[in-house]
Write a protein that binds this ligand. Structure first.
Ligand SMILES: [Cu+2]
Length: 479
């Protein structure tokens, strides 16, 4: 899809439900024109998501039965315009109530899609309609926000996720093609094996004598990008000399991942949809669960390549996609990237940030192997159920959330309905990097500043589904 087909589109032009083939590449085309001159009648919503059973052909002779949006995984690419209100229709064809969360948007709690915020649910076999005003611009996404607990066929273990791209008022630099790529894992199972973190970066503390062993972790059989195992979907087709903008989304329930494209570098231009002050070129991307990265790649190394995870086992099980130059054939090549630790601060500015009005310490803790063998997660010593209601924040005040991860696990923590500014990462001050998820690695500290954008309940939680469900949440109430 060449980038020349980008005439501005009218208010009702953007898609309500793009019907791409399951697992088709989500390329940056505008949807086929809708009824451009149709009146803003009640009958047609601007965005329609139908939640229901979906089959995903992730590989030849390998089909996953899951729940998805509009019969496809990922769901439709939803393009919106910043500040232009839309009507949303949600239909639920399943037997359980659902929550549809607009991740990364600054919108009221009732439509944000989180039960803890008392958002409107989509009833089982029911329908919900509301209006929302998309903002801010950039790569957002939509996903289910139900609580599956130990049921690995629900929640973010399913195929209920889709890109939301809110058109910026200014284009984020020149590019020739654009691709939306979402990673997701399938066939989850419980395991006692701990996720192998980057051993060199991940300090290990020996368990205390009286401590229970670590509880359940989640493993996966199959790994996909846009619903296809490596080699089973359409390749990313490029031409020499092109600048290709990739929108990456980690739509995993529990996995933090790295991605590399041998022979090429990623010019990172935005994190979680927000342009970074200093775009930088890196060899390896890292995305905690729910994080997004926009990166431009200059296609200057013709061949057939694998864009995938550096982890051989996971790539072998599907985590990758072929990048194919025009007129090039042969087996796709993989070259192991050099070890390059991800560092959020290289994209930021080196300047003083305003002092916060208040610092809120948030210490992350883990109680090994509790009820049913599940670890229990705490913020400041208390799991969500023990916290006794929301903590009040004042609109307009600048708060510093001081994350102190006192566990050996990495936590992709997310704040709803706001973007926050990274102000300190592992002791290094930084400014200007705006995000809504940040990955706090084992025994590390990160500080973020937030000035609450809107009144109402605002959920903070770890985006690792198992951590969230077993206590790793905290509720704010902005007044
Ligand atoms: Cu976590």
């Amino acid at each position: 899809m060449e980038r020349n087909g980008t005439a501005r589109f009218g208010r009702r032009d953007f898609l309500s439900a793009m019907a791409g083939g399951a697992g088709a590449l989500l390329v940056g085309c505008k949807s086929s024109p809708g009824p451009a001159e149709a009146p803003a009648a009640a009958e047609n919503a601007d965005v329609t998501l139908r939640i229901g059973p979906t089959l995903v052909d992730i590989a030849k002779d390998h089909t996953i039965s899951t729940i998805g949006y509009n019969g496809h995984v990922p769901g439709p690419l939803i393009r919106l315009r910043e500040g232009v209100p839309v009507t949303v229709d949600l239909f639920n064809d399943t037997d359980t109530a659902e929550l549809v969360h607009w991740h990364g948007q600054i919108i009221p709690a009732d439509v944000d899609g989180a039960g803890q915020e008392k958002s409107l649910p989509v009833p089982a076999h029911g329908h919900l309609r509301y209006r929302l005003t998309p903002r801010p611009a950039g790569a957002r996404w939509v996903h289910t926000h139900v609580t599956p607990m130990s049921d690995l066929s629900r929640g973010t273990y399913t195929g209920q996720f889709a890109f939301v791209y809110i058109e910026p008022k200014n284009e984020p630099g020149r590019y020739d093609q654009e691709f939306f790529l979402a990673t997701h894992e399938w066939e989850p199972f419980f395991t006692t094996e701990e996720e192998e973190e980057e051993a060199s970066e991940q300090p290990q503390k020996p368990p205390k004598k009286d401590e229970k062993p670590n509880g359940w972790e989640i493993g996966y059989q199959r790994f996909t990008i846009n619903g296809k195992c490596l080699g089973h979907g359409e390749p990313v087709r490029v031409k020499p000399g092109q600048r290709v903008l990739f929108h990456f989304l980690n739509a995993s329930a529990t996995e933090n991942i790295q991605l590399a494209l041998p022979g090429h570098r990623f010019q990172v231009v935005a994190l979680d949809g927000n342009p970074v002050p200093r775009p930088q070129s890196v060899e390896v991307l890292e995305l905690g669960t729910a994080e997004r990265i926009d990166a431009v790649v200059e296609m200057n190394n013709p061949g057939v390549w694998i864009l995938g995870t550096p982890r051989d086992d996971d790539r072998g099980n599907g985590m990758g996609i072929v990048v194919e130059y025009a007129n090039k054939t042969g087996a796709p090549r993989w070259i192991k990237p050099s070890k390059s630790p991800w560092d959020y601060t290289i994209f930021g500015e080196n300047r003083q940030v305003p002092a916060p009005d208040e610092v809120i310490p948030m210490v992350f803790g883990k109680i090994n192997g509790g009820t049913g063998g599940f670890n229990h997660w705490t913020v400041n010593g208390k799991g969500f159920e023990e916290q006794g209601g929301p903590r009040t924040l004042s609109k307009g005040k600048r708060y510093r959330l001081a994350f102190d991860n006192q566990t050996d696990d990495a936590h992709p923590v997310h704040l709803h309905r706001n973007s926050f500014e990274l102000t300190n990462v592992h002791g290094k001050p930084v400014a200007g990097v705006m995000k809504d998820v940040v990955l706090v690695k084992g025994f590390k500290k990160i500080e973020v500043d937030v000035t609450p954008a809107g009144e109402g309940l605002t959920l903070f939680h770890c985006h690792q589904q198992l951590h969230m469900d077993y206590g790793f949440m905290m509720l704010f109430d902005v007044v």
